[in-house]
Ligand binder design. Structure first.
Ligand code: MN
Length: 336
């Protein structure tokens, strides 16, 4: 029954919620508005809407549009330099996991000297303590997968050492505001909708079988898994199905919170090693590739049979009775 929980992020959740950003208290006067190096937020109008909101809120913004999928250290260091050079006192991340994760690392390096890897805890990171508070951050997610808008971690790649590791973890890296507006997700193509949806699912399934689970993380995880079971296939089939997009967005944000109360297990670490060497591999796709073997391992060891049965039920098999039923539901969902 015991757990610790701290999620200090104001969440604006639901279709149309981006329109309410301008009436929130802004954490600064000039934002570095961080987006990906692709075209999507310019083409689908999200960037213009976001700029409009910031203008209405009375803040200036400067765009940094260099973030690649699986963001690398060099891009982050340049982003931090852009924040300093332009005198930005907060960061707005508009995008998916790569943009939001890179933004957290940029928030750290905009106010601290040295190299990002000085502060990374793990691998060849030097694990030095942060001297200064990171810049405050607003996250506007355009995907339903990463949950990064409600946590204090960013996963980044060091292209010199082929390491892909979570960095941050500081209370001060929780976004002050998260906008989770399914209207911004309508133009995500079916393939990526599926990859991202499975990322959200695995944040919850890994955390549900983790020995760090608690009554609190279980509550979030099971509801997230249920929502993935109900809505992922619908969302992939019709990206304009707002109810389904909203259900997946909900699963995504709940799964983000799950990772702050419990923790993901080895499936995520294994995938990070894969996409560290293969930057073109989308995170969700890598997770899908190893998922069946990963969960079968724990089922064969009878690590937590009752938990697998409960997850099979949450995915929609109401009469699930054996742990293998989870694999059946997982494979069925992947085929669909
Ligand atoms: Mn993930």
């Amino acid at each position: 029954m015991s757990f610790q929980m701290y999620v200090p992020t104001r969440i604006l959740f639901g279709a149309g919620q981006l329109n309410n950003l301008n009436i929130q208290k802004m954490p600064g006067k000039k934002a570095l508005l961080i987006i990906s190096n692709g075209k999507s937020v310019r083409e689908n109008g999200s960037l213009a809407r976001c700029e409009e909101q910031l203008k209405l809120a009375g803040v200036e913004s400067v765009i940094y549009d260099r973030i690649q999928a699986n963001p690398v250290k060099t891009t982050i260091m340049k982003g931090a330099e852009a924040a300093r050079k332009n005198g930005c006192d907060f960061i707005v991340a508009l995008g998916g996991g790569s943009v939001m994760d890179a933004s957290k690392a940029i928030a750290m390096m905009a106010t601290n000297d040295g190299d990002l890897w000085d502060y990374v805890n793990g691998g060849t990171g030097k694990n030095l303590p942060l001297k200064n508070q990171p810049l405050p951050l607003i996250c506007i997610t355009t995907t339903a997968g990463t949950g990064s808008e409600v946590d204090q971690w960013g996963v980044v790649t060091n292209e010199e050492t082929n390491e892909k590791i979570g960095c941050g973890g500081y209370d001060s890296l929780f976004p002050v505001i998260a906008v989770v507006d399914p209207d911004l997700m309508k133009s995500v193509p079916p393939r990526f909708t599926a990859y991202q949806g499975f990322d959200a699912l695995f944040h919850s399934t890994e955390s549900y079988i983790s020995s760090f689970h608690s009554v609190m993380s279980d509550m979030y995880a099971l509801t997230a898994i249920e929502n993935v079971g109900k809505y992922l296939v619908r969302t992939v089939k019709d990206g304009n199905d707002v109810e389904a997009r909203e259900g997946m967005a909900f699963a995504n944000t709940l799964s983000g919170v799950v990772m702050t109360v419990s923790v993901t297990t080895a499936e995520h670490s294994l995938e990070h090693a894969m996409s560290a060497y293969h930057p073109d591999l989308p995170h969700g796709a890598g997770l899908i590739m190893i998922s069946k073997a990963f969960y079968e391992f724990f089922i064969e060891k009878h690590a937590c049979d009752d938990r697998f049965i409960r997850m099979a039920q949450a995915l929609g098999m109401q009469d699930a009775q054996k742990p293998e039923d989870f694999i059946t539901m997982l494979v069925k969902l992947q085929e669909a």
